[in-house]
Design a protein around this ligand. Structure first.
Ligand code: SAM
Ligand code: SF4
Length: 330
């Protein structure tokens, strides 16, 4: 799959549900209305569409959400997709999770061919954790992380930098990840979806500031480590750990974009920051043959846009894109 700008599309991220057991303040409103179940692709349809992408050249699949591990029988999908790892058609099957269910599933994930997980942790303070997630329990996530480690899964921690919330703590997160052997990626908050009373300007903390602050305590050595994603990495000399920064607002990473995103209703977004999308549910449901869905995917890749343009400032203090991150999948 090659897009109009010559980029090879080899990475599919799939949001398998818009539901979640948390309500992180930057991601969701307190009261959310979720999609009716009939709108969702079934697990069989998700397998079909993911397998179509693999057939067309995707080498990496990431399941995300909402919270992927709260979708009923999700392990059936992991197991089905694991067959592409076994045949060598797929290099990597992975997931992004809030970790709340990891203690239960870590061994099984490993068994399905998963080797790495991204787990979101914004703070190591239990009270703050519950405040940010509005209902999560840090202990449960730490148990999940211990289980992932014990199962031999490599762990990358995702932390959203939030002004006045966890900015003082990022040093400790770097130290903790160093001790645990986890990679750490710090993410700038993105203007996606209505989040109720919360104010984006209040949350926004530019990573240039974060980096300058971290450099007071840590030596950050430039690194050419790349995952094909938007993160730029350094190595923390004192811990040997890898530290990535994702700065969608202050840095343009579109030129090397290798990915597209599928929602749980079968809508394919060619860019996280643009509204243009392709419906894959109709071709999936209209025929048992794979031809219509393959054709729809090819057509969609043929109109992947060059890039996006997120802005948070006083004039633009509203979502640049109306859908929530939990819909497109983070
Ligand atoms: N529930 C899983 C989790 O939290 O890891 C997977 C889905 S979540 C939408 C994926 C990632 O997106 C998480 O690391 C989360 O912190 C991040 N995220 C959500 N909303 C965001 C926003 N507005 N700006 C930046 N990152 C966001
Ligand atoms: Fe749920 Fe992940 Fe969004 Fe938090 S960031 S509300 S855990 S989907």
């Amino acid at each position: 799959m090659i897009d109009p700008f010559g980029r090879t599309i080899s990475y599919l991220r799939v949001s398998v549900t818009d539901r979640c057991d948390f309500r992180c303040v930057y991601c969701m409103a307190e009261e959310m209305s979720f999609l009716p179940k009939a709108e969702l692709l079934t697990l069989e349809e998700l397998d079909r569409v993911c397998s179509a992408f693999v057939r067309l050249g995707a080498r990496k699949l990431r399941l995300t959400g909402g919270e992927p591990l709260v979708r009923r029988n999700i392990m059936t999908l992991f197991r089905a997709l694991g067959r592409h790892i076994k045949t060598g058609a797929l290099d990597e099957l992975t997931l992004t999770t809030n970790g709340s269910q990891l203690a239960r599933y870590a061994d099984e994930l490993r068994d399905c061919g998963v080797r790495r997980v991204n787990v979101s942790v914004d703070t190591l303070d239990p009270a703050k954790f519950t405040a940010i997630t509005r209902r999560g329990k840090l202990d449960q996530v730490l148990d999940g992380l211990a289980a992932a480690k014990a199962a031999g899964l490599a762990v990358k921690i995702n932390t959203v930098a939030l002004r006045g919330v966890n900015d003082e703590e990022l040093d400790d997160l770097v130290a903790w990840c160093g001790d645990e052997g986890f990679d750490l990626v710090i993410i700038e908050v993105m203007p996606m979806g209505d989040i109720g009373g919360e104010n984006r300007l209040d949350q926004y903390l530019p990573l240039s500031l974060v980096r300058a602050r971290l450099q007071r305590r840590w030596t950050l050595d430039e690194s050419d480590y790349r995952t094909g994603g938007p993160a730029r990495y350094v190595t923390v000399r004192e811990t040997g750990g890898r530290l990535g920064f994702i700065t969608p607002l202050t840095h343009n990473f579109c030129e090397s974009c290798n990915r597209v995103r599928l929602t749980c209703t079968g809508t394919l977004y060619m860019c996280l920051g643009q509204e243009d999308a392709a419906d894959l549910r109709t071709p999936l449901r209209q025929s048992e043959s794979d031809e219509p869905v393959d054709a729809a995917i090819r057509e969609a890749i043929g109109r992947k846009p060059k890039g996006h343009d997120f802005i948070i400032d006083r004039r633009h203090n509203r979502p640049a894109v109306s859908r929530h991150m939990s819909v497109t999948g983070g």
